[in-house]
Each structure stands twice: as C-alpha cells, then as structure tokens.
Design a binder for this molecule. Structure first.
Ligand code: HEC
Length: 120
C-alpha cells in the first residue's frame, strides 16, 4: 500500500512539474514572439507610443477584449479605438502568419507580464 501511494505521489509530482514547465516555456516563447512581432510598435514594456500606438500595459481595451485578442493579432484593427481614454486612429496591420498557438503564447505573455492576469 505504501509503495502504491508513493508511486501515485510521484506521478502527481511529475505531472504538476510538467505543467509548470509548460507554462514557463509558453511564457518564454511568448516573450520572444512579442519582441519579434509586437515590440517594434507597442514597445518592450508595452507602453505604446504617445497618441500613435496604444499601450498593452494596464490597457482597458485589451482587458475588455480578452476573447478577441487572437483575432486582433490575425486581422489587425482598421477602425479608431479608445484605450484608457485616448482615441487611436492609426491602423494595426493584420498578422495572419502568426499561428494560433504562437498567438496564444503572445497573449499569455501580455496578460501576465503587462496586466497581472491570465486568460486561463
Ligand atoms: C505596425 C505597428 C503595430 C504592430 C507591429 C502591432 N501593433 Fe497592435 N496596435 C497598433 C496600433 C496603431 C493599434 C491601434 C489600432 C487602431 O486604433 O485602430 C494597435 C492596437 C492593438 C491592440 C488593442 C488596443 C490595446 O491597446 O489594447 C492590441 C491588443 C494589440 N494592438 C496587440 C498587438 C500584438 C499582440 C501585436 C503583436 C502580435 C501587435 N499589436 C503588433 C500597432 C501595432
């Protein structure tokens, strides 16, 4: 009996460690993908650029559009939007080459690092 419970505990431990590793890997690749595809405009710290590019850090628009973030990455935004009280009118380009799982990693990175939240 003892052996079995030790075995079960080990399994649980390994499974929970794998989960942590997966989250960590996703965050690390999210960071790299963000640097490559988004930081040019939105900045390393997600602060945006004056009244031209909206912030992703503590951004009310982003938090109220959590479910559309993947589609924003893939299709861009072609209409004016209001972020934290400021109206932005430059369009954001569509990025259809970013895969669904890459987009998911970028989104996790932005939510966790810039907004202290996640979509899980
Ligand atoms: C060429 C510059 C550019 C790039 C590259 C870019 N964006 Fe944007 N992004 C913008 C602009 C400009 C807006 C505002 C669009 C508008 O007002 O119509 C915007 C808006 C947004 C918004 C909604 C507004 C907000 O602040 O919450 C999100 C979310 C967003 N971008 C995420 C991303 C992500 C993620 C990437 C990388 C995959 C990215 N953007 C790459 C320029 C860019």
């Amino acid at each position: 009996m003892k052996k079995i419970s030790f075995f079960l505990m080990s399994c649980l431990f390994i499974v929970s460690c794998q989960d942590e590793t997966n989250n960590f890997t996703q965050l690390a690749s999210g960071y790299e993908l963000y640097q490559k595809n988004c930081a040019n405009c939105h900045g390393d710290d997600g602060l945006g650029l004056a009244k031209l590019i909206p912030p992703l850090k503590n951004a009310d628009y982003l938090l109220s559009h959590k479910d559309s973030l993947k589609s924003i990455i893939h299709k861009g935004i072609q209409v004016p939007i209001v972020v934290n009280g400021i109206t932005y009118t430059s369009p954001m380009p569509a990025m259809p080459k970013i895969s669904a799982s890459e987009a998911e990693s970028i989104i996790q990175f932005i939510l966790i690092k810039f907004n202290q939240t996640s979509n899980k």
